[in-house]
Write a protein that binds this ligand. Structure first.
Ligand code: TRP
Ligand code: SF4
Length: 558
C-alpha cells in the first residue's frame, strides 16, 4: 500500500479548519465527519429502501443504527486493497473478515452482485463492476447477474426493454475486465438452479417479515415478492456447489436484502453450534458470565478441578454489575439474575465448558450421523449433543460436513460491502432518469466531456475568492469523479487534486477541463472494449432474447 500511512496533510486555507486532507485519509483512530456529498441532506435522515430513491443522508448513522460495520476495521486484512477501499468509497461491510482472510490464504471465496436492467449502465454501476472484477482477480469465484425478474416485477419493464439493457450491462462488465470464462454471468429468468433454490428459501420466509422489512402490504404484487426470494437465492447461489465465504458488493440501500439472506442462511442450517458450560441453555450475555465464573474457579470452588454450578451461582450472585450507564447496568443485572437461577437449579452438576450442537432442521438420520461423527467424550440429549473435546471451529466444520452429507446446503452466512453513492453531476442525487446527473457508460465521449464541463462544483463565486480560501473538494461532484474513477489506481494524483483545490491553487475551469478530457478518454476506451466484448458475449451461454419466448403484460409500477 503506498499512501495510506503518509503523514497528515498540512492544514489548508479553508474556512473550516477541520477539513484538511481528503476524507479518505482519516484513520480509524481519528474519525472525522465528512460533509455529505451524495445529495442527501440531514433532514432526510437515513432510509434503507431497496426500491426507494437511493440517497443516504449520513453514512456514519448506518453504523449505529443498522449495525453496518466500518470498513476501516478490516482494511488491514485485505490483500492489496482496491483504490475504492483505500479511498473509503467502500465505507462499510457486514462480516467481510472471512472473505478477506480467504483471499489472503488462497482459500475458496466468492463475490456476487446483481444489476436491475432498467436503464443504461452508468458510472455508479462501474463501482460494483470494479469490485467484482477485483475480487475475481484476487482469486474469488465471481458472479454477475441480471435481475430481470425484479426489473419486470418491481419496475414494470417489458421483456424487450429488459433484453436490451441486460446486454448493455454484460458488455460493460466484460469490457471492464470481468473474465466471463472464469466467472459466471446469468439472468434470473433463465436460471433453473437459481429458481429451485429460490423456491426452497421461500419455504422459510414469511410474509410477515416481508411486511416489516420491506413495508410490503396487501397491495404488493406476488411477483414482486417472488423477486425478493429470487434475490435471496442469488446471494446464496455461489455456495450451491460448496459453502464458502461470499461477498455481495452493493449500495447500502440493499442492506435489508443482505440481512434477510444472512438470516435465511442460518435458518436453513441443520445444526446450530454454540458454547455451553452445563446442561442448561444460555444466551450470549449469560454465557459471558459463565465464562467469567469458570475462569475464576480457583477462587471460589472447593475442588477447582471439579467446579459445581451451585458454587458458581454463589460467586456470581455477589458480583457487582456496575456500569456508567444505568440501562447497561440493568441489562447486566438481568443476565446475572437469570444465570444465577439456572446455576442454582443445576445444583451439584459440574460446570464444564463444551461445544453444543443444537438440532435445528436435522432429520433423525442426520442427527444420528452427527452423534456418530463426534469424537471423544460426548453427551446426547433430545435435541442437542454436547462435545467435550472439540473447539468451536472444529465443531462448526463438523456440523457443516454432516449437514452436506445428509442433503443440506451448509450455507456460510453471506458478507457484504457497501459503497457510497456518487453525487449527481448537477448536485443532488445521481439518477438514471436524469441524463445530465450521470454519465452513462454508453454516452458519446463528447457528451461525457460536455456533462463534466457543465457539472456543479465546490468552487467559490470568484477566482479571487477561490485563490484566497480554496475550493471545497469535499462538496464537489467533480472531485468525486477524480476520486471514484478518473484517478484510477493513482492515489498520489487523487490527493494532489484534492490538495491543490483546497489550497486554492486549482481553479474550477481548468480542473473541469482536465476531468472532462479524462472522462472522454475513459469513455472512448471503454466503448472500444465494449465492441471487443461483443464477441465474448456471443460465445456465452446467456439468452439475450428472452422477449422472443415470453408473453405477458408488464405489471404496473407500484
Ligand atoms: N436488487 C438489486 C438492485 O436493485 C439487484 C439484485 C438482484 C442484486 N439480485 C441481487 C444485488 C443479488 C446484489 C445481489 O439493484
Ligand atoms: Fe471541484 Fe476542481 Fe473546483 Fe476544486 S477546483 S471545487 S475539485 S471543480
Amino acid at each position: 500500500m503506498r499512501d495510506r500511512d503518509a503523514p497528515p496533510e498540512e492544514a489548508q486555507p479553508d474556512d473550516d479548519p477541520d477539513q484538511s486532507g481528503a476524507w479518505w485519509r482519516e484513520t480509524a483512530a481519528t474519525p472525522r465527519r465528512r460533509p455529505v456529498t451524495d445529495g442527501g441532506t440531514d433532514t432526510e435522515g437515513v432510509t434503507l429502501d431497496p426500491w426507494g430513491s437511493a440517497t443516504v443522508g449520513d453514512y456514519e448513522n448506518l453504523f449505529a443504527e443498522f449495525g453496518i460495520e466500518d470498513f476501516r476495521e478490516v482494511l488491514d486484512e485485505v490483500p492489496d486493497p482496491h483504490y475504492l477501499m483505500r479511498r473509503r468509497v467502500i465505507f462499510g461491510h457486514r462480516n467481510y473478515g472471512p472473505v478477506a482472510r480467504a483471499l489472503a490464504n488462497d482459500e475458496p471465496a466468492a463475490a456476487l452482485s446483481g444489476f436491475m436492467p432498467t436503464g443504461d449502465p452508468h458510472i455508479g454501476h462501474k463501482l460494483v463492476f470494479d469490485e467484482l472484477i477485483w475480487h475475481q482477480r484476487q482469486g474469488a469465484d465471481a458472479y454477475g447477474l441480471i435481475a430481470d425478474l425484479e426489473a419486470h416485477a418491481a419496475r414494470g419493464l417489458s421483456w424487450a426493454e429488459i433484453d436490451e439493457h441486460a446486454r448493455d450491462y454484460l458488455l460493460s462488465l466484460i469490457a471492464l475486465g470481468f473474465d466471463a470464462e472464469e466467472g459466471e454471468l446469468y439472468r434470473q429468468s433463465t436460471n433453473d438452479r437459481l429458481q429451485d433454490l429460490a423456491f426452497e428459501l421461500g419455504g422459510h420466509a414469511r410474509f410477515a417479515e416481508f411486511e416489516s422489512i420491506y413495508g410490503f402490504d396487501g397491495e404488493t404484487s406476488v411477483s414482486h415478492m417472488q423477486s425478493v426470494v429470487t434475490q435471496m437465492a442469488d446471494i446464496l447461489y455461489p455456495q450451491l456447489d460448496e459453502p464458502k465465504p461470499t461477498v455481495i458488493p452493493v449500495g447500502p440501500d440493499q442492506d435489508p436484502h443482505v440481512r434477510l439472506a444472512r438470516d435465511l442462511a442460518a435458518r436453513m442450517r441443520y445444526f446450530k453450534v454454540t458454547e455451553a458450560f452445563a446442561s442448561f441453555e444460555a444466551d450470549a450475555a449469560e454465557r459471558a458470565l459463565l465464562r467469567e465464573a469458570y475462569d475464576a474457579r480457583e477462587t471460589w470452588a472447593d475442588e477447582p478441578e471439579r467446579p459445581r454450578c451451585e458454587g458458581a451461582a454463589a460467586w456470581l450472585a455477589d458480583r457487582p454489575v456496575g456500569a456508567d450507564d444505568d440501562a447497561i447496568a440493568e441489562t447486566r443485572a438481568g443476565a446475572r439474575d437469570r444465570v444465577v437461577e439456572k446455576l442454582e437449579n443445576a445444583g451439584m452438576e459440574p460446570l464444564r465448558p463444551r461445544v453444543r450442537f443444537l438440532d435445528r432442521n436435522a432429520n433423525d438420520e442426520a442427527f444420528e450421523a452427527l452423534i456418530e461423527a463426534v469424537d471423544g467424550e460426548k453427551r446426547v440429549f433430545d435435541a442437542h449433543v454436547d462435545a467435550f473435546e472439540m473447539d468451536a471451529a472444529e465443531a462448526e466444520a463438523l456440523a457443516r460436513e454432516v449437514e452436506i452429507d445428509a442433503g443440506g446446503y451448509g450455507f456460510v452466512a453471506p458478507s457484504s460491502l457497501y459503497h457510497r453513492f456518487m453525487t449527481g453531476l448537477t448536485g443532488g442525487k445521481m439518477s438514471s432518469s436524469v441524463p445530465a446527473s450521470h454519465i452513462s457508460l454508453l454516452d458519446d465521449p463528447e457528451d461525457g466531456y460536455d456533462k463534466v464541463k457543465a457539472a456543479t462544483t465546490g468552487g467559490r463565486t470568484t477566482a479571487e475568492e477561490q485563490r484566497e480560501k480554496g475550493g471545497k473538494p469535499d462538496e464537489c461532484p467533480v472531485y468525486e469523479l477524480y476520486a471514484y474513477l478518473l484517478s484510477q489506481d493513482d492515489d498520489e494524483f487523487a490527493q494532489r487534486v484534492y490538495d491543490e483545490c483546497a489550497g486554492g491553487e486549482r481553479l474550477c475551469g481548468g480542473c473541469k477541463e482536465q476531468a472532462a478530457e479524462l472522462m472522454r478518454e475513459f469513455l472512448e476506451d471503454h466503448q472500444e472494449k465494449r465492441e471487443e466484448a461483443e464477441e465474448v458475449l456471443a460465445e456465452l451461454d446467456v439468452d439475450l432474447d428472452v422477449a422472443g419466448s415470453r408473453r405477458g403484460v408488464a405489471p404496473a409500477e407500484e
